[in-house]
Write a protein that binds this ligand. Structure first.
Ligand SMILES: Cc1cc2nc3c(=O)[nH]c(=O)nc-3n(C[C@H](O)[C@H](O)[C@H](O)COP(=O)(O)OP(=O)(O)OC[C@H]3O[C@@H](n4cnc5c(N)ncnc54)[C@H](O)[C@@H]3O)c2cc1C
Length: 510
């Protein structure tokens, strides 16, 4: 892997200083920034506008032990069961124990969680959870409401500067660890800082059909690896069983999610004969863990040669559905599906990356001064399969832990060393076509159901492209994206080939 994407001269670049650089303005980035002590100057850089994150799109809600009849051991147990033996129990305990205090903090910060007419917090249930423990906002717009509110608060803080449409290209290190980053906000600049929190989200855009926005290509993970950070579990990719099946199976647009909470409220999966095919497949039937539901749907689709199966929501009253799932209701009606009377056509799509930058309980990586929180990190809480609605909770708990650690072990920055200066190589051509080729290979060979032969072939194809890309001169953001996509694809396929046995979301058919 190249050490730097940037191949220009760094000595003459403009320099800016901060104490903590946060990369990403999803929930992990915003929440960690808000917990950095106000005596430290924080810069948030984010390559999109405020709505360009996975956080913004999150529908169902945030899991936490809030209901009076729920208990910590049950949330821990459900998380461990979904994780299929790969969770780090200590990390899961931290997540569950610290969950409620973070939810209480969001409530105090006026995140508009939904309440019932009696004024109590509405708490719902999702797949894999044995109790009602999901709080939600705006019906099915929890991510948008939470991100919006945290963003508003961040913009009022004197010690926080938010730079939208600013791309973090490379992390700069010296022999002691982090000393800065190279960013581009229209021009290249060097940020001098001793602490970086990566909160760069997922990798969904490596797949043709995904619920993630286009920027989710794992570039934060790649920058960390180039700086010497370890990753774990990149082959552990979660597919969401229920995304709206409209248009071609290979959507280049984002797939629209039909939240698990719809099944939590009584939605039933049916095949073309109207049979509730999850019955008897798992004790929790339609609310079984995501990998099990995904494979059951794919098997029905294969058996019946179908492009989709259906979600029957007719047990719900129209007013209830409209109030509880306003975004889904509107989208279905826009697409001519008369919910809750008509069944919703659905099929699985890529949704979440369990693996990522390896961190400890304080979100620290093995590189001094480098932290990772949220979807780009491997804390060990999701194991081989994420339990629904645990990811936003992870952003909160470990985002705050990263900030607390930095507050108590503050690292001063040192003068950044030069980056780049490998400006040899051929100019990149037909980058759009090349990016599509990577997505096609990953979708074909590292999908929800994998074969040993397919994984070997996928790795061979990606390795070939990757080796050629090593010789390219990268100059534009599109070039960087292509190289990062290939690096992410390589990590997924290398990991999948090394993990010989099926576990959780990594399912090898043969
Ligand atoms: C449709 C959908 C529904 C979901 N529903 C739920 C749910 O109900 N409950 C739940 O718990 N989870 C849900 N999830 C998962 C959850 O939303 C995410 O895992 C979580 O929000 C990730 O937050 P994050 O802060 O780690 O990353 P994100 O929110 O994805 O933010 C990443 C940020 O990093 C920025 N970035 C990336 N690379 C760079 C770079 N090189 N330079 C600068 N900026 C960069 C991006 O612009 C973005 O701002 C859902 C996800 C999707 C897609």
């Amino acid at each position: 892997m190249k050490r730097y994407l940037y191949s220009g001269e760094t000595d003459g670049l403009k320099r800016v200083k901060c104490d903590v650089l946060v990369v990403g303005s999803g929930i992990a980035g915003l929440y960690s920034a808000l917990h950095i002590d106000k005596k430290y100057k924080v810069m948030i850089v984010t390559k999109t506008k405020v709505d360009g994150s996975n956080s913004w799109l999150a529908q169902g809600g945030i899991a936490s032990v809030i209901a009076p009849d729920d208990f910590f051991d049950s949330h821990i147990e459900d998380t461990l069961v979904a994780g299929a033996g790969l969770c780090d129990r200590k990390a899961v305990e931290v997540l569950v124990d610290e969950g409620p205090e973070n939810i209480r903090e969001l409530i105090a910060d006026n995140v508009p969680f939904d309440h019932n007419p009696e004024g109590d917090l509405e708490i719902t249930r999702e797949g894999g959870h044995s109790h009602r423990r999901i709080v939600h906002a705006g019906g099915d717009a929890t991510g948008r409401e939470t991100t919006k509110r945290l963003g508003e608060i961040a913009l009022t803080k004197k010690n926080i500067e938010v730079k939208f449409e600013t791309y973090m290209v490379d992390i700069l290190t010296d022999s002691r660890g982090v000393c800065g980053a190279l960013i581009n906000d229209g021009e290249y600049k060097i940020v001098e800082c001793g602490n970086i929190i990566l909160a760069t989200g997922g990798i969904g855009h490596l797949y043709l059909s995904t619920t993630n926005p286009a920027g989710a290509i794992g570039d934060g993970i790649c920058s960390a690896v180039r700086a010497g950070a370890e990753v774990f579990g990149m082959e552990l990719v979660q597919f969401h069983p229920t995304t709206l099946a409209i248009g071609s199976k290979e959507n280049s647009e984002r797939a629209f999610l039909i939240s698990e909470a719809v099944r939590g409220e009584g939605g039933i999966l049916r095949n073309q004969r109207g049979e509730a095919f999850m019955q008897g497949k798992h004790p929790r039937a339609d609310l079984a863990p995501r990998d099990i539901v995904t494979r059951a749907i794919l098997s029905e689709m294969k058996k019946e040669k179908l492009d989709n199966v259906w979600l029957d929501v007719s047990s719900m009253d129209e007013e209830f559905f409209k109030h509880r799932f306003p975004t889904i209701y509107q989208k279905c009606h826009d697409e001519g599906i008369d919910v809750p009377r008509q069944f919703i056509p659905i099929r699985p799509s890529q949704h979440y990356q369990m693996g990522g930058i390896k961190t400890d309980l304080d979100a620290k990586t093995n590189v001094e001064g480098l932290f990772a929180a949220g979807e780009c990190a491997w804390t060990g809480i999701h194991g081989a399969n994420r339990l629904a609605s645990n990811s936003m909770l992870e952003c909160l708990v470990f985002g705050r832990r990263a900030a607390n650690y930095i507050n108590s072990h503050f690292r001063k920055g040192s003068e950044p060393v030069s980056a780049g200066r490998d400006d040899s190589g051929e100019v990149c051509r037909e980058i759009d076509k090349k990016q599509l080729e990577v997505r096609e290979i990953v979708s074909e060979y590292a999908n929800a159901v994998r074969t040993k032969e397919g994984l070997a072939e996928g790795k061979r194809l990606i390795d070939n492209l990757y080796n050629s890309a090593e010789k390219l001169k990268l100059t534009t953001q599109k070039d960087y994206d292509y190289y990062n996509m290939l690096s992410t694809a390589k990590m997924i396929l290398d990991g999948a080939n090394e993990r010989k046995v099926s576990i959780g979301a990594h399912y090898i058919e043969d």
